[in-house]
Design a protein around this ligand. Structure first.
Ligand SMILES: C[S@@+](CC[C@H](N)C(=O)[O-])C[C@H]1O[C@@H](n2cnc3c(N)ncnc32)[C@H](O)[C@@H]1O
Length: 537
């Protein structure tokens, strides 16, 4: 039923040796009540920050500087529209990121939103709240040196929030509690790769009749290797007739009935976990609730009908169900809200906006910003361009690389992709090109957020700056690299050259001695030490 290809949806492995007939009738339950979701939460809790290492949970597409920049533009426009009508308030607009994962998106966003609000002359205060169910993620964010300045300025807070539970949100830094009736200004929700991660139900229309697709699972929760557990999970499905007022809610019933209308049989999901969390968040404010979300899933009933196969859980790195954007869109429109969706069918993820609230306000800037920053060229388009950059192509040269770095809003992972070409091009660069590269490196470093122990951007940037004769700046970056990754003999050797160039001759010698202590056979270090010592004496 998933109409879009996704980094996540490549495989659906159900390798365990079970058959549907192995299950008792009582084991079949609505999918949202399946033990699978509890296992899913434990999976994220156990993995913690390891989930964001390369080869683990895919996340580049939703956590790069480009997407954060686009979200910032759209959200700033929404805040502007609201302030034009209601004036600035002392109460900050809360921007809640649900399932904030590594924190990469949040860090980029915080930089970009400040810029976007300032360019639109919006002075309404905001507070960004990073939430998740993983204590490990939250602890990591709270200790992160790049997030600390935003906490100090009161623009950032953290909270444990399980989006599948109806509960209040206790902010860890300010001590503020967000709960029913606590606010009067807009709440903005960011949900990337979350709708598909929260409990959903599955339905199937057969001969014009609504059926619920019940699921029974076998999960080996004693197996220590989480990936094996995922790979070997077996899910059996059984369809049972279902009344359209299954949820006991008039709007949900009307939407289900709207799906039944028409000739075609098709399968679809109801993202009930996400819908319930929106109900909770809506109750926190008398103002509007605006949601910006990226995920994979169908944007219309027609898109679901085009894929007239049986809907089921996708198992690859985690359990996911294609996000039924259309269903949530219909729900927002039932409440006199707005559903913003891309005109063009996305390739991997769609970015949609939902405005909830029974209001008569106009949002011209929001509509225009969605058109300009999402619909015209979306995070999904950016990801497609990245695939072009990754493919072997000998016609790509320095100017293409720099153009892509600009397009990416100086994303560090894009910078690392083009590092080798930049490094090779430095000796041939003209003065103006070097000046521009220096500025670009500055932007990359400012926006860089350390989320794994694999990426040593300071070392790479220091290397380039050293090559361009920016010795002091290069040394500063090498020192930062050393504080995270320790010093290797190779780095100490490079630092010795930089120290020598800036006239810190004793430090240069000391670096070489330390390098040789680590690697006594390091010939270049031995020769350079001899040279320096001769020159000093
Ligand atoms: C697929 S990851 C997406 C992370 C991030 N938004 C991104 O785009 O990379 C799902 C995130 O949601 C969190 N999560 C899982 N279940 C959740 C729940 N019930 N409530 C809130 N967050 C949840 C996980 O810990 C994880 O950080």
């Amino acid at each position: 039923v998933c109409p879009v290809k996704d980094e996540k949806s490549a495989a659906n492995v159900t390798a365990a040796p079970y058959q549907t007939s192995d299950f008792n009738a009582s084991e079949f339950k609505p999918l949202s009540q399946s033990p699978l979701w509890k296992f899913q939460q434990d999976f994220y809790k156990k993995l913690g920050m390891d989930a964001w290492r390369p080869q683990q949970v895919p996340n580049f597409i939703t956590t790069n500087s480009f997407i954060a920049h686009r979200y910032a533009r759209v959200i700033a426009a929404m805040i502007r529209d609201w302030c034009l009508k209601h004036g600035n308030k002392d109460e900050p607009v809360n921007i809640l990121e649900l399932g904030a994962g590594s924190g990469r998106f949040a860090h980029f966003f915080l930089h970009h939103i400040k810029q976007a609000l300032s360019e639109l002359s919006v002075s309404q205060p905001f507070r960004y709240v990073m939430t998740d169910i993983s204590e490990a993620n939250i602890n990591f964010w709270r200790q992160h040196e790049k997030l600390a300045p935003f906490v100090t300025s009161g623009e950032l807070d953290f909270a444990y929030f399980d989006a599948s539970e109806q509960c209040q949100i206790d902010l860890m830094e300010s001590g503020t509690c967000l709960k029913t009736g606590s606010g009067r200004v807009p709440i903005i929700v960011i949900a990337n790769y979350l709708i598909d991660t929260l409990p959903s139900d599955l339905f199937q229309i057969r001969n014009g009749e609504l059926h619920q697709r019940l699921a029974a699972t076998r999960i080996d929760d004693q197996e220590p290797d989480i990936q094996k557990v995922l790979d070997q999970t077996f899910i059996a499905y059984k369809d049972a007739p279902c009344p359209s007022d299954w949820y006991g809610d008039d709007h949900l019933k009307e939407i289900l009935e709207g799906y039944i209308e028409g000739e075609k049989d098709f399968g679809f999901a109801v993202p009930i976990g996400f819908i319930r969390s929106l109900e909770t968040l809506k109750s926190f404010t008398s103002g509007p609730l605006f949601v910006l979300a990226s995920d994979f899933g169908p944007l219309s009933k027609e898109a679901m009908q085009e894929h007239n196969n049986q809907i089921q859980v996708v198992m690859n790195k985690a359990y996911t169900v294609p996000a039924n954007f259309d269903f949530i869109g219909r729900l927002s429109e039932k409440g006199n809200g707005i559903f913003l969706k891309p005109a063009c069918k996305p390739s991997a993820i769609a970015t949609v906006g939902y405005l909830f609230g029974n209001h008569d306000d106009a949002y011209p800037n929001l509509l225009k910003a969605y058109q300009d920053y999402i619909d015209d060229f979306s995070p999904d388009d950016f990801n497609l361009m990245k695939e072009v950059l990754e493919a072997p192509n000998e016609t790509l040269d320095l100017k293409h690389m720099m153009s892509f770095l600009r397009l990416s809003q100086f994303d560090s992972r894009i910078f690392l992709m083009i590092f080798d070409q930049l490094n090779a091009a430095v000796p041939m660069m003209k003065t103006t090109e070097r000046e521009y590269l220096k500025q670009a490196i500055h932007s990359v470093i400012t926006l860089f957020y350390r989320a794994d122990q694999e990426t040593d951007i300071h070392l790479q940037c220091g290397h380039l700056l050293g090559k361009m004769g920016e010795y002091q700046d290069a040394l500063r970056l090498f020192e930062i690299s050393a504080s995270h990754f320790g010093l290797t003999a190779k780095v100490q050797y490079l630092m010795s050259i930089l120290y020598w160039e800036v006239g810190q001759k004793e430090d240069a010698v000391q670096c070489l001695k330390e390098a040789l202590n680590k690697e006594p056979d390091f010939t270049q270090a031995t020769e350079r030490l001899r040279l320096y010592q001769a020159q000093i004496s």
